[in-house]
Ligand binder design. Structure first.
Ligand SMILES: Nc1ncnc2c1ncn2[C@@H]1O[C@H](COP(=O)(O)OP(=O)(O)O)[C@@H](O)[C@H]1O
Ligand SMILES: [Mg+2]
Length: 373
């Protein structure tokens, strides 16, 4: 089966590796820039709004998927006339706008923090009435890794923050003093007869540093079975109503024992990387299975996993790795705040998984001998 992937970053790399093991072949289409998919398939670079380029890309493909959610909606519409695009346009549309996302969460029975649209200065007063401060002002679209966000301590900060974010449509949301950040990864697939299958991986607890994911542990130790069941119930509704086919990740804040839904990604997600070694079937394999309408594999965990991102630079990529840890380098040029790779560990106990992952991380981040005084 020949599958097209929009985007050519590390998620595309890991999707293609999983797909190759299933006998698939790939073609990638991405905006000009660095790619991580060399040797994994044909790569086309260009403007995703160019219909001729889209036609060239889709030639001979049996399905198309995407590894990044800011794909232009018009590109999906164009491709959809030629081949199935999975997940479909509704998942992308909702996931591209923070206001629609939160309204949709609410309609699926998930709790959300107080929020209000701030599309222009005339909305300031109304938003401040609806949202208790402190809050966060975020661009409605195109934000990632903490970009396009500003803290709002009191009402006077709003105008400057709106200007700073470029005067584009925003959302004001209440700051959630969370105990933990949680993500839930799910996959939905249909078979040829239209019968659905939905599976969940164990929930993840995520720690961020400067807005970028730093560490994930799964299963999240703070969650009890009732809370997980409720969140899964909401996410199941969401998947069905979107008609979603593929992996989807919902990020939550855990506060006072309850989960508050913050945002979703209609694709494979950084917090699910440890499923490569830590689950019977990884998020990447199950995503490709759903895209190809193949039966899903088991999402059951093989143990407790820990994952840490390697961001900005990797001091010592040749370092010895402790037993039970796994290194993934994406082949990208080092740059501040850029995700260059990750390291995973799998163990029977959380304490061992975290210790091994942290030891591997420290060894990888050590300064090379030549750089030491
Ligand atoms: N309303 C909020 N309350 C508390 N922390 C927040 C809030 N919104 C965002 N954050 C913090 O900023 C991080 C990034 O925000 P998020 O909404 O996930 O956007 P993105 O991941 O697209 O940059 C979150 O993981 C969380 O640590
Ligand atoms: Mg996020």
């Amino acid at each position: 089966m020949r599958v097209g992937i929009l985007g050519a970053g590390q998620l595309g790399q890991m999707l293609a590796r999983a797909g190759h093991a299933l006998g698939m072949e790939f073609r990638f289409l991405a905006p000009p820039g660095e790619s991580c998919v060399e040797g994994l398939g044909e790569l086309l670079l260009g403007d995703l709004r160019d219909p001729a380029l889209l036609d060239r890309f889709v030639q001979g493909l049996e399905a198309v998927t995407y590894e990044w959610e800011n794909v232009p909606a018009a590109a999906i519409e164009h491709l959809r006339r030629r081949v199935p695009v999975r997940p479909g346009p509704e998942s992308l549309r909702i996931g591209q706008d923070r206001i629609q996302e939160k309204q949709f969460f609410r309609s699926c029975g998930l709790s959300v923090q107080a929020f209000a649209p701030v599309d222009a200065p005339r909305d300031f007063a109304m938003a401040l009435q609806a949202v208790p401060l402190p809050g966060m002002l975020k661009t409605r679209r195109l934000g990632y890794d903490g970009k396009g966000q500003a803290r709002i301590k009191d009402a006077r900060d709003l105008s400057a923050a709106f200007e700073m974010l470029g005067g584009v449509p925003c959302i004001l949301e209440a700051f959630v003093p969370f105990q933990a950040e949680i993500s839930l990864l799910a996959v939905r697939a249909l078979d040829a007869g239209g019968t659905e299958e939905i599976r969940f991986w164990t929930p993840c607890r995520n720690e961020h540093r400067e807005g970028i994911l730093d560490r994930t542990v799964s299963p999240a130790p703070e969650l009890d079975a009732v809370v997980i069941h409720e969140a899964q119930h909401g996410v199941r509704q969401l998947l069905r109503r979107l008609g979603h086919e593929g992996v989807l990740c919902v990020e939550f804040f855990l506060k006072d024992g309850h989960l508050v839904a913050n945002e979703m990604a209609p694709r494979v997600h950084n917090s699910g990387h440890a499923t490569i070694e830590g689950a019977f079937t990884s998020q990447f394999e199950n995503h490709m299975r759903a895209v190809a309408r193949m039966p899903l594999g088991s999402t059951e965990a093989r143990g407790v996993t820990a994952m840490r991102n390697l961001v900005g630079s990797v001091g010592c990529p040749q370092a010895a790795m402790p037993k039970g840890t796994f290194l993934h380098l994406y082949g990208k040029q080092p740059r501040a705040r850029r995700k260059l790779g990750h390291v995973t560990s799998v163990a029977q106990r959380e304490i061992d998984a975290v210790a091994a992952c942290d030891a591997a991380f420290a060894a990888l981040q050590a300064q090379p001998a030549s750089a030491r005084g």
